[in-house]
Design a protein around this ligand. Structure first.
Ligand code: B12
Ligand code: SF4
Length: 465
């Protein structure tokens, strides 16, 4: 059966094309069972002309969407704008519909179904049932609308052994283009889930939707095998392990790094969390040619970080984690947020101050976006902080706020968003600070495009890698 995946990456800041593991794994599962798949990647702005021609050219029986909350509005618009034959079955999966199944189906009448949580088994069962003209209203993890009635099926347990899954179907995404758009970086994910309950992150909401073990690791053998296979097909200069907490299990890191050094030997970047990075782990990473360790600070204010975000870590622990990584000879990057409930300009200055004290090699600041189903997202709803009209408009997530905070105006948030990195680096390196200031200005994206022949040099100045 023909399945067309549609992945939207609309109105996002940043030049890299993105690769969606979920879609790629689902495609691999379907192909393994003899089905035909294709992808239409909608990027960087909304359009329907090419989507229509892809649909009429490929002739799918199923159109399968992935959606985050930020992208859901475009999916809604697309299903209103594109007339589809009645027998084309539409389904959406991903974090937004997983936590908001009812409203998602209500908001988009042309959506036949949504998938809550993992889709590998659910989508395959759906495709095969449709192929055999069988009933599709009883498939676990799927909510289906039939004759105006919604069938809410029970969840299935989380997949137990991730090694049983095929490797993601990278061909679907024209993977070389993705690598090339991101400084020659190939992307991987080796785990699923995170054991923490940070109030702003979707993980605690996603972990409750299905039963069984949420945090799972693939075997090192499977990870190394996948990297080798990808490098044999595509040309990459570095690797980015996208997992939220790569260093959660020390024995995994140790075994992975030993094999990686022997069998791969390309620079790689990882994400970790304070409390899961120490001298021993850094030594494994360094030995294996790890290049950069990314760590979330999120807020320099201990009140915001611990009471509002539930991060459970002190400033001292954060400072020490960055010091350990730097002393091991690894580059660092910090993730930060602005525009949080309870935040004031004074409290945000503590985020600038903590970053200026630590001086990571690069810093990222995202404007807080309240995701539905998360503890903090629900607080924002309860306290009427969300500006519904603004949230509906095409605001660029992470660069602007949808909240009306009593003590932190939208104007100030946007101003800090633009000047944050400049403020962090101005005393250390004026050149670096000015580069960041220009990047975050209105002309930043344009200038970056003009300067793209020199992007490696610019990257070295701004990020140290
Ligand atoms: C890796 C990652 C990224 C990567 C890659 C993103 C990508 N496009 O795949 C990068 C860094 C680029 C990224 C970017 C962003 N991300 Co992100 N990301 C993740 C992360 C850590 C893992 C996602 C993943 O690949 N999981 C593994 C795959 C296998 O699982 P999956 O994607 O959920 O897919 C499974 C199911 O959802 C389902 N499924 C998915 N699609 C479909 C479709 C059908 C038809 C069916 C049946 C089933 C199905 O089956 C899949 C297989 O089991 C998650 C955290 C998390 N726990 O999910 C955040 C997460 C998804 N990201 C999030 C956000 C907000 C973003 C950004 C908007 C951030 C920003 N402001 O720029 C962008 C959005 C990019 C985009 N266009 O969607 C949020 C989403 C919250 C929400 N409610 O929307 C999450 C949940 C993290 C969080 N902060 O809470 N992200
Ligand atoms: S540690 Fe990171 S991934 Fe885990 S719950 Fe907190 S924010 Fe989410």
């Amino acid at each position: 059966m023909k399945v067309l995946f549609i992945y939207t990456d609309i109105n996002m800041k940043g030049g890299a094309r993105s690769f969606n593991y979920g879609t790629a794994i689902l495609s691999a599962v379907l192909k393994k069972h003899g089905h035909e798949t294709d992808l239409h990647y909608v990027y960087p702005s909304y359009e329907t002309k090419q989507v229509r021609s892809e649909i009429s050219g490929f002739g799918p029986r199923i159109i399968a969407f992935y959606s985050t909350t930020a992208q859901f509005r475009y999916l809604k618009k697309m299903l209103e704008d594109i007339p589809l034959d009645e027998d084309v079955f539409t389904i959406c999966g991903g974090p937004h519909v997983t936590v908001e199944p009812e409203s998602s189906l209500r908001e988009i009448p042309r959506l036949n179904a949504i998938c809550r949580g993992e889709g590998e088994d659910a989508l395959l069962e759906l495709v095969e049932a449709l192929e055999r003209n069988e009933d599709v209203t009883k498939i676990p993890n799927i909510y289906v609308r039939k004759n105006g009635e919604i069938h809410r099926n029970s969840p299935r347990p989380f997949i137990r052994n991730l090694d049983d899954l095929p490797f993601p179907d990278r061909e679907l995404f024209e993977y070389q283009k993705i690598i090339d758009s991101d400084f020659g970086t190939a992307l991987f994910m080796f785990t699923r889930g995170c054991p923490f309950n940070c109030s702003y992150c979707a993980n605690h909401a996603l972990s409750k939707v299905q039963s069984g073990r949420y945090v799972r690791f693939r075997s090192v053998e499977s990870c190394i095998h996948e990297i080798k296979e990808v490098l044999s097909k595509y040309s990459a200069k570095a690797i980015y392990v996208n997992d939220d907490l790569f260093t959660l299990k020390k024995d995994f890191v140790s075994e992975f790094c030993k094999r990686y050094k022997k069998e791969i030997c390309l620079p790689f970047d990882i994400n970790t969390r304070v409390g899961f990075i120490d001298e021993e782990i850094c030594a494994y990473l360094k030995e294996a040619d790890c290049r950069r360790v990314n760590i979330g600070i999120e807020s320099g204010s201990s009140y915001i970080r611990n009471e509002v975000l539930k991060r459970k870590m002190s400033n001292e622990q954060i400072i020490s984690a960055f010091r350990i990584v730097r002393e091991a000879g690894l580059k660092t990057k910090s993730f930060n947020m602005i525009g949080l409930p309870g935040e004031t300009p004074e409290l945000f200055r503590e985020t600038i101050a903590l970053n200026a004290k630590i001086l990571p090699d690069s810093v990222i600041l995202n404007v807080f976006d309240p995701y539905p189903g998360t503890e903090l997202g629900e607080v924002c709803k309860r306290d009427n902080l969300i500006d519904a009209e603004r949230a509906e408009k095409d605001i660029i997530p992470k660069t602007d706020t949808v909240l009306n905070l009593p003590d932190f105006s939208r104007r100030e948030i946007r101003r800090f968003y633009k000047t944050f990195a400049y403020e962090v680096y101005k005393k250390q390196s004026l050149t670096k600070a000015i580069f960041y200031r220009v990047y975050y200005s209105q002309l930043g994206e344009l200038l970056l495009r003009v300067l793209s022949p020199f992007k490696d040099i610019l990257r070295r100045i701004t990020m140290g890698i």
